[in-house]
Design a protein around this ligand. Sequence first.
Ligand code: A2P
Length: 298
Amino acid sequence: LPSHYTLPSGDKIPSVALGVWQASQGEVGNAVKTALSTGYRHIDGAWIYRNEEEVGQALKASSVPREELWLTSKLWNTFHAPEDIEAALDQSLTKLGTDYLDLYLIHWPVAFKEGTTVLDEDLTADPYPTWQKLEELVDRGKIRNIGISNFNIRRIQNLTANNLKYQPAVNQVELNFWNPQPELLQWSKENGLLLEAYSPLGSDKQVGKSLSVPEVKDIACKLGITPAQVIISWSVQRGTIVLPKSVTPSRIAENLAVFELPQEDFERLETAATSHTPQRVVNPSAGWKLPFDVFDGQ
Ligand code: A2P
């Protein structure tokens, strides 16, 4: 299975990252240190996770040279206005202790007015002004690649209908056994857009359920690997980047070891995953009191 994918910029992004969403302050630093000493070189974070400072301290404490690291962060919803973006990026850079990001994503296709949770209807309907500012920050060397997160096909097309200088390098979305999104995956492959799988194990809410899926357990047993390794390997074999989160040293190590599944096992898992009604773990539409479902119109 690929250890890296090549982005339109030519940069090579490691296929497995340590995800640090829900890795709390006080534990995320050790998780990052463990990950780096285990061989991870890709850390997937975000401004809103409120742990970038501790991640940065762990990066500094490790002896891994910056150019060997792949650091992703995400622009929060309150900073989509072009005049607010650079300051938000600078906060992430300062906390992480670096002067550039490898990848910066628009975290959600939803813009809030500055400092509020009030919807900015214009920048939500048309993210192009946000994107243009990100393109400028690429040209100025503060970001090497830009992408999107939680965009459905309609929202991607709404953005890419503009005359973009840089196409989105990735789209980071929820992808797991319960929400495998085969149509989005197929469309993304046809359109040369790499997907990144967040909550690949179903997050803390569904991880137990994911690891006890009969097909997953069977394949794990047959191949002599763990159920988590089966699911993470399946994600890479589907052609996506995978971002498992763990703060447990043994699991962090376990999750980096991916194995090519025999084709029949891969297909068995794909069929099992796509044969039930999809169940999303993450959908903040109601919590944000949006007048629409952010994933509608896929
Ligand atoms: P913890 O962080 O306490 O180790 P996801 O990556 O889908 O968001 O899932 C994260 C959840 O899965 C966390 O609760 C994490 O627990 C747990 N987890 C991560 N890796 C493994 C693993 N290899 N085996 C069992 N549970 C895991």
